[in-house]
Design a protein around this ligand. Structure first.
Ligand code: ADA
Length: 562
């Protein structure tokens, strides 16, 4: 399943999920000696195979594709962890770095018959990889998200951008559609569409050979219902592409959209003009049985548990999420803080020559691909990086400007652990703090929250909403003791109670995200910080298998108040 709704009626798409051949490879060049001894599920992570439990290295996935006619193809990978090189009939068609954003390739006039698709995948840590590094979560290997093969015409719709606007009580929307001509001649195109019962004539253009055109329009929708947490109304936006005056569309793309606005005013966050309080979890895409390749049923399960505790929001720590999860959040009215992929990088790591380029790509791919999700209400960058340094600030500024240029409709933030040393609060719309009172420090959450407010005010964040973006403590599932020592479920519950009691009582706090929803696997490493027992971060309110710990009911007590 690629998305939770049908994305095409005209374009023919084939999901390439299923069983692929797989081999470990020492060197990509030693092609002829590769033996495909494994059968691997796609989507999937190779660490789930009993012989590859901790394998970090290179592997190659292979499968056959059968085409019934000569056609042009678009091949889309929703997530390859962490670097993929794609070969079609032995020829390289492209490559991509980063596990958590989609990428695609176009191949023109491919002959009918059988073809071979191979993907070399690499999850090694090296200088070349500035963002996937040994960390407090796990970088799995494999085709971790779906793969889809699409048969396209000589021109096709590359993307739709839908921006809802509310003016004088009437909803309208800016719709921009990107069309690409992959032929060697001019094509006259026309775009039409429907949104619910409303018809739209979007526009015409002549697209020169091998060029891309964007057609934009603003349209009023006086009869639509708004999207909200309580009533998350969604609409299918169905766009058809016609060429050279023909009456039958040559391509289409269906998006699912909602009408809502997000603003920040008077130190609060508003959705559709109403102040909201975000009560949520930080969530890693991780599970002992599937690794990062979370199937639909587990996504639903996670959301059910979060909602059962009274949560209305989730933070996609620390990378862009599988789009099907965002689809579910759209459907269920869950507010999403989505962030780019960078956790805990020091200034030295930010100065890796690949850092800027790799971040630029994640930011662009995240915003381009997830722009239309009404559930996404905040974009964030660079969790716990060097926002306390002048060189670091240059990067924060550049990346925030990049995102703001692509999307003016959502507030921006980053999660800071730099406390009074942060110098980047002036760059964002929302000031967010990762603080661990009662776990890493003995501080009182009440006093620390007041202190954080002062830091925000004094360091460039005056008048901006404040979010407590991380707090919590480890609790090893099943380790109970009346001693309530650190690591027991009892102590974890105590820590959560003290933190939640403080933050829910303060009017200046606009949101809180517990660290974390479920226990997650971490890189096995030396050094005290990453040397976590069982290579697991055990701050989950449910364990890795989603079994509730004692803190579950404490969270419920504070979140489930409606
Ligand atoms: C940090 C970080 C998280 C996690 C957490 C912890 O704040 O952002 O990814 O590592 O601390 O458990 O210590």
């Amino acid at each position: 399943m690629i998305r939770l709704f049908q994305t095409h009626k005209v374009r023919k798409i084939t999901e390439l999920d299923g069983t692929w051949d797989f081999a470990k490879v020492e060197e990509i060049e030693k092609e002829s000696t590769i033996k495909y001894t494994y059968k691997m599920p796609v989507p999937g992570c190779w660490e789930m195979h009993p012989e590859l439990l901790t394998y970090r290295g290179k592997g190659v996935y292979r499968r056959k594709i059968e085409l019934s006619r000569k056609t042009s193809l678009r091949l889309e990978f929703k997530g390859v962890s962490h670097t993929g090189e794609v070969y079609f009939d032995g020829e390289k068609v492209g490559e991509h770095y980063n596990a958590y954003t989609p990428f695609s390739f176009v191949m023109t006039d491919v002959e009918a018959g059988e073809h071979e698709l191979k993907v070399y995948v690499d999850n090694l840590f090296s200088e070349a990889s500035a963002l996937h590094i040994p960390n407090d979560y796990y970088t799995y290997g494999g085709l971790i998200r779906p793969v889809v093969l699409e048969e396209i015409s000589e021109a096709f719709i590359e993307g739709i951008q839908f921006t809802p606007v509310l003016k004088d009580g009437i909803w309208s929307s800016d719709v921009s559609i990107k069309v690409r001509n992959i032929s060697d001649h001019d094509i006259d195109i026309e775009l039409k569409g429907t949104l619910g019962k409303d018809q739209m004539n979007i526009g015409n253009a002549k697209i020169p050979p091998f060029e891309t055109t964007v057609i934009s329009t603003r349209k009023e929708f006086p009869n639509v219902k708004e999207w909200s947490h309580e009533d998350p109304t969604l609409y299918l936006l169905d766009i058809q592409l016609y060429s050279n005056g023909n009456k039958i569309p040559i391509d289409d793309l269906i998006e699912r959209v909602g009408f809502r606005t997000v603003t920040t005013l008077n130190g609060k966050i508003q959705v559709n003009g109403k102040d909201i309080l975000l009560k949520g979890f930080n969530r890693h895409e991780d599970h002992p049985i599937v690794g990062a390749a979370i199937p639909h049923q587990l996504m639903v399960q996670d959301l059910n548990l979060m909602k059962d505790m009274g949560s209305n929001s989730v933070r996609t720590s620390h990378y862009p999420n599988d789009e099907r999860f965002l689809d579910l959040c759209d459907e269920q009215g869950i507010f999403v803080w989505e962030e780019n992929h960078a956790r805990g990088l020091s200034l030295e790591q930010m100065l890796n020559p690949n850092f800027s380029r790799q971040c630029e790509a994640v930011n662009r791919e995240m915003v381009e691909n997830h722009y239309n999700h009404p559930s996404v209400i905040i974009w964030a960058i660079l969790n716990e990086c060097a926002s306390n340094t002048v060189e670091g600030k240059i990067e924060y500024k550049k990346q925030l400007e990049q995102i703001r240029k692509m999307d003016k409709s959502r507030p921006l933030t980053f999660a800071s652990h730099q406390r009074e040393l942060d110098i980047c609060f002036d760059l964002v719309d929302i000031v967010s703090f990762n603080l661990y009172p009662q776990w890493y420090t003995d501080e009182d959450p009440n006093e620390l929250a007041e202190q954080a407010k002062k830091w925000a005010e004094e360091l460039g964040g005056k008048g901006k909403p404040i979010i407590m973006s991380e707090f919590g403590g480890d609790g090893y599932y099943g380790y109970r003791s009346p001693s309530r020592v650190k690591g027991t479920e009892e102590r974890q519950a105590d820590i959560l109670e003290q933190n939640l009691r403080a933050y829910t009582s303060k009017d200046f706090i606009s949101g809180m995200y517990i660290w974390q929803f479920c226990d997650c696997r971490v890189t096995e490493a030396t050094g005290w910080l990453l040397n976590r027992a069982g290579t697991q971060n055990s701050k989950g309110i449910v364990d890795a298998y989603r079994r509730p710990k004692l803190a579950y009911n404490i969270v419920k007590q504070f979140f489930d108040t409606d």
